[in-house]
Each structure stands twice: as structure tokens, then as C-alpha cells.
Design a protein around this ligand. Structure first.
Ligand SMILES: [Mn+2]
Length: 380
């Protein structure tokens, strides 16, 4: 049989301010749309559906209403709590029965896996979903340790874990950590992971595992976020095959832009040029490069402030270099002539030694000194 899986949504109802929360909710809704359009058999939510265990009732009701759309289409959902919405005594999942709110009582259409119900066998799909859930934020042991996969009668064995895959010197302080060795030994066909905000996937032994990442990026460096995964579990000639496909549900776009400073006349002209790209869903990362004209003064913080309302986020970094002198040098016995020769020799030395930063600073000294000694107005 074929089995489609979509989900494992991380930080879906993000609570830092209303606009951000609305963006996250829209991505959750888009994920449900994908599940309905693709007529998947099962939706998995791998924790952190909620940003915290304290939520306005309205957020809970909105999530339940989305789950209800799946219930009405007879699509099953299996969820686990995460680290933001940990299954402790104050858990939002204890305060609210999402299965009941979604109209799934008395059916197996919505299941929350907990320490008391660590797995669910969905007979109609011939799949068993195993959760690795603890009642504390910090896992007392690996969630893969106690998964009872061997001996389970379902054809398909799926794991659902909210945590990190061990990376030396990086995950030592994480609350929930598993290793690829443990995954390889798990006997799972597919392990659905949540917690990491960027998409990634791999295979350990016979087990395919993947993180979909957050459905809508929650930080500016997350250009690998914004997706859900569509997972196909198929049996071909008695052999199992697992496919994983990304589907975009987030609206955030990322764009990196390099601009040649030589082609920029003034700071207002730069602001105007960038404003032509205005887009409330765009994270724009601008780098000024090349050689900067002597009279161009760009203050990146002012440019960012001027554009802030027109983008989701805009960052401007100035990596341009001030120009060396062009044309004939002033006579050696003038202050300006001696200064230019002295500084240019210093720049040549630093550039020969590959000291890019030092040479850049000295180029700026040259630019400012030249302007000052030539009597130009200089803004520092
Ligand atoms: Mn988390």
C-alpha cells in the first residue's frame, strides 16, 4: 500500500507578537491545505505546535479548527508535544483536549502520543506511530531507547521525536538528543523529527529520517525553513521505498543582493533603489562591494532604518573599499603629496600580506585624509 505523510511542524503558532503569530498560523493552515490537496493518509506533528504552554484560548481553537478540517476529510493526525509545549503538568495538551475540540472523540483520527500512550497502531493504514515523549523538558534518556518496534504487527513503523541529532561539541546541552547509531538500530521505516528550524534529511541503516524545519522561518538566517515534507511510503515488489519531498508553505522569501558602490551616487539614491524591491515577505540581505567613490557616505544603520517598514527585514553591510588616488599625485614636498605616498605604500604592504581588513581601514584613512587635506567637507 502507499502511505503519504505530511507534517512535523515546528513552532507553528509562534507567539512573539501578533504579526509573527499570524504568519506562523498562515503557514500551518497552508500545511493543512497541502495535506488535503494531496489526500495524504496521515499528518504528523513533531512537537512545538505551540510556542509555549500558555496560549490564548483563541489560538487553541484555531488549531483545533484546522485539525477538524482533516477529521472531516478522514485524514488521521498523530502529534507529540515538543520543548516549547512540553508535556509537563502545566502542558497545554493536558489543559485542552485537541482531539475532542477537533470532533475526533471515539475515533482514531486525532492522536496525541504521551508517556502514557507511547504508540498508536492505525489499522486502516497498517502503520504504527511510535512517540518518544517525556513529561520533562530534559529527556532522562534517549527517546529511541524504549520504542517497542520489534514484534509490532504493522507493516509500516514510523517514529515521531522532538529533539536533536547528536553533533559533537554542539548538542551537549540540548534537552533531547538521539544519535544516528540509535536511529540505525531502531528498525523504523521512517523517523519524523521536529525541533531544528531548517530542513534536513538522511538515512541511518534502513531508517530514513528528516526534519521539515519550521513552516515559516522564525529567524533571519533560516533560508532552509518554510516547508513541510510530503513523505511517501511504498511497497514495490516486496521491497519498501521511502521518498521525502519538500513543499513550500511559508511566505518568507530570502534574497541576497550585491551592489557595486561605484554605481551608487548618494545614500538617498541607494535607499530609493532598494525601496523599489519593497516586499513585506522579503528578507533582503544587501552587501555593498567594489570601490566606493570618495564623496559617497553610506551609514548602513540609517539605510536600514529608512527601509525597515517596507520589508520583513532588511540588512545592509558595507564591504566596499575606498578608492586609491587616481590621476597625477600631488608634489612630494606638499603635505598631501607626502601623506598619499605614505599611506598608499602602507596599503600595498598590507594587501601583499593579505591583510584585507587592515588594508580596507587604511584605504578609508587615505580617502578621509585626501578629502580633509583638499579642503572638502567630510562627514565622519
Ligand atoms: Mn523545540
Amino acid at each position: 500500500m502507499g502511505l503519504g505523510v505530511v507534517g512535523r511542524c515546528d513552532n507553528l503558532v509562534f507567539a512573539r507578537g501578533q504579526p509573527q503569530r499570524e504568519r506562523q498560523f498562515a503557514a500551518f493552515r497552508a500545511a493543512i491545505d497541502v495535506a488535503l490537496e494531496e489526500k495524504v493518509d496521515l499528518v504528523l506533528v513533531a512537537g512545538d505546535l505551540f510556542d509555549s504552554n500558555t496560549q490564548p484560548r483563541r489560538s487553541v481553537d484555531r488549531v483545533a479548527a484546522e485539525l477538524k478540517r482533516l477529521v472531516e476529510a478522514r485524514i488521521r493526525t498523530v502529534m507529540i508535544p515538543g520543548t516549547h509545549d512540553v508535556y509537563d503538568r502545566a502542558s497545554i495538551y493536558r489543559a485542552h483536549d485537541l482531539a475532542a475540540l477537533a470532533g475526533a472523540i471515539g475515533t482514531d483520527l486525532v492522536t496525541l502520543l504521551t508517556p502514557d500512550q507511547p504508540k498508536v497502531r492505525l489499522e486502516a493504514l497498517d502503520v504504527t506511530v511510535h512517540g518518544g515523549v517525556f513529561a520533562t523538558k530534559r529527556a532522562p534518556r534517549s527517546p529511541l531507547e524504549t520504542m517497542a518496534v520489534a514484534g509490532d504487527p504493522s507493516t509500516w513503523q514510523v517514529g515521531l521525536i522532538h529533539g536533536s541529532i547528536a553533533i559533537p561539541n554542539q548538542t551537549e546541552h540540548d534537552e533531547v538528543v538521539i544519535t544516528t547509531e540509535e536511529i540505525a538500530a531502531s528498525r523504523l521505516d521512517y523517523l519524523a523529527l521536529g525541533h531544528w528550524h531548517s530542513a534536513s534529511k538522511g538515512k541511518a541503516g534502513q531508517t530514513t529520517y528528516a526534519y521539515p524545519g519550521a513552516p515559516e522561518p522564525v529567524a533571519l538566517d533560516q533560508d532552509r525553513a518554510g516547508n513541510v515534507l510530503l513523505v511517501g511510503l511504498d511497497m514495490k515488489d516486496g521491497a519498501k521505498s521511502v521518498t521525502v519531498e519538500e513543499r513550500k508553505v511559508g511566505r518568507t522569501r530570502f534574497e541576497k543582493l550585491e551592489l557595486d558602490a561605484a554605481a551608487i551616487a548618494t545614500q538617498p539614491a541607494l535607499i530609493q533603489q532598494l525601496a523599489s524591491r519593497a516586499d513585506p515577505d522579503l528578507v533582503l540581505d544587501v552587501r555593498l562591494i567594489g570601490v566606493r567613490p570618495d564623496l559617497l557616505d553610506v551609514h548602513v544603520d540609517e539605510v536600514e532604518a529608512a527601509l525597515a517598514g517596507q520589508f520583513l527585514k532588511v540588512r545592509v553591510r558595507d564591504r566596499s573599499l575606498p578608492a586609491l588616488s587616481d590621476g597625477p599625485l600631488p608634489p612630494e614636498d606638499t603635505v598631501l603629496g607626502a601623506f598619499v605616498r605614505d599611506i598608499e605604500a602602507g596599503i600595498a604592504e598590507l594587501e601583499a600580506a593579505d591583510d584585507v581588513e587592515g588594508a580596507g581601514e587604511l584605504r578609508d584613512v587615505l580617502r578621509l585624509g585626501r578629502l580633509l587635506l583638499a579642503g572638502e567637507a567630510v562627514t565622519l
